[in-house]
Design a protein around this ligand. Structure first.
Ligand code: 13P
Ligand code: ZN
Length: 279
């Protein structure tokens, strides 16, 4: 299969691998296909495949098609052998089952995080029909911060925003955080969905990040921006537990006006401490 969608899907996998975010089979990727993209490949799809349980319900995604990475598959290998590592799946009439209509030619199943991907894509579709990508990676700096920053989305967002002027412009809705949980099931999917109802970034403590975007570039760029800011925060914290200078709430409000973004005031609290991670 060689369509623009397939080429874009391969590119994000390779780019994420090159940045060290996908050790072994770490991370996964899903995309809610447009009708025209399904039409383009419809002769290659096996509609006779067996139905399998999703493990949750996504009624608003009934009959839709998704491109997803396989469970246990390495991002490194997606561009080398797409058909072995990626699947196109179709969700059934009531949103409880899926079938593999293309790919995973040597067996296997879609990512173990399929419940999170599909439930997020359902929530995101309601929020904005154009949000089609859900991308999960294991970037080291962001994950490292989950061991030293409190489990608090407001603090996490504020500390990351302060590291790069661009951050509040790229993700004005901030970052949501999920406490450490066993991955791969419905419970962590439900928690992540709560965040995706209003925000584009969810950090899973001691695990990784989920982001969404209208296309692969947007999702990748968002992941990259969060992780770059996290890298700078890790560097700062390796020098000191305090910031001597930083961007002030007033500075963020000026950015909001000039760049025409709404910044939630809950992230712009007046700090009473210069120690990183304290309010
Ligand atoms: P999968 O190989 O099943 O996609 O799992 C990788 C992962 O990152 C789980 O969170
Ligand atoms: Zn993971």
């Amino acid at each position: 299969m060689d369509t623009k969608l397939v080429r874009d899907f391969k590119k994000i996998c390779s780019d994420g691998y090159a940045l060290g975010w996908h050790e072994r089979n770490g991370g996964n990727l899903s995309y809610r296909m447009k009708d025209c993209e399904v039409e383009e490949v419809k002769d290659l799809l096996n509609e006779d495949a067996e139905w399998r349980e999703i493990g949750t319900e996504v009624p608003d995604l009934k009959n839709e098609y998704f491109m997803v990475t396989g469970s246990g598959k390495y991002f490194r290998n997606v561009e080398l052998d797409f058909e072995d590592n990626v699947a196109i799946i179709r969700v059934n009439e009531d949103g409880t089952k899926y079938k593999i209509v293309y790919g995973l030619i040597n067996g296997g199943k879609p990512t173990s995080e399929l419940p999170t991907h599909l439930m997020n894509l359902e929530v995101l579709k309601k929020r904005d029909e154009g949000l089609r990508v859900v991308y999960h990676a294991h970037p080291a700096n962001t994950v490292a911060l989950t061991f030293v920053l409190p489990l608090d989305g407001e603090i996490f967002t504020r500390e990351i925003w302060e590291m790069e002027t661009e951050c509040p412009i790229v993700f004005p809705k901030g970052i949501g955080v999920v406490e450490w949980m066993v991955p791969g099931g419905r419970d962590i999917a439900v928690k992540t969905c709560e965040i995706m109802k209003t925000q584009d970034v969810a950090v899973w403590y001691h695990h990784g990040i989920f982001v969404t975007g209208h296309d692969f570039d947007e999702a990748f760029g968002l992941m990259h921006t969060v992780e770059k800011a996290a890298e700078m925060l890790v560097k700062v914290m390796s020098m000191s537990d305090r910031k001597v200078n930083t961007i002030t709430p007033e500075g963020f409000r000026k950015i909001a006006v000039d760049f025409k973004v709404d910044l939630d005031e809950r992230y712009l609290y007046e700090k009473t401490s210069d120690r990183i991670g304290e309010r």
